[in-house]
Design a protein around this ligand. Sequence first.
Ligand code: CA
Length: 223
Amino acid sequence: MRILIVEDEVTLNKTLAEGLKEFGYQSDVAENLKDALYYLDIRNYDLILADWMLPDGSGLELVTQVKQNSPKTIVLVLSARDDKESEIEALKAGADDYIRKPFDFDVLIARIEARLRFGGSNIIEIEDLIINPEEEKITYKDKEIELKGKPFEVLTHLARHKDQIVSKEQLLDAIWEEPELVTPNVIEVAINQIRQKLDKPLGITTIETVRRRGYRFCFPRGA
Ligand code: CA
């Protein structure tokens, strides 16, 4: 589970990142709207914690944008505004929850967990191909495919960025925890696994190689 923290107050965003890590969540920290949009462009998040008042804009703008692009991503708005009008405004903008500052960290975690439990499913369904990231499960015409670990994550990432060319560097950055410690050929290995375990037995093409640029998810169009 990966969480994006958008909060300009440095001590708070640090506390949040460290606290979330203890609960097993990976997170990235953006201190302004611009950085948040940058992260959203390169990575997939299960949940976003967005502060309302950011140095370069409103966290609610971010909510609107996230919900337009990926309606199932959960967004929790954090704010010191304690009037009900603000809370209603945030929820109307698309926030899944509204958390007033200052908040108790344990309560925040409980709310995050509740949202992730009942929140949107991230299942990707493209014709007969169903990818379930939470269960690390792929089915095609009701047949289960044995593809796990990094190859599974690579496939999921590319499927979420359908029809876009994703470079090896972007894949490394999105999926590997310490991309600087691995060589880019781990991507080739993962792609090869996808082709051997998924494409070949089913007679389909899910990923095409775009020379010198990267990879593109091309199912069901085929390559
Ligand atoms: Ca702020």
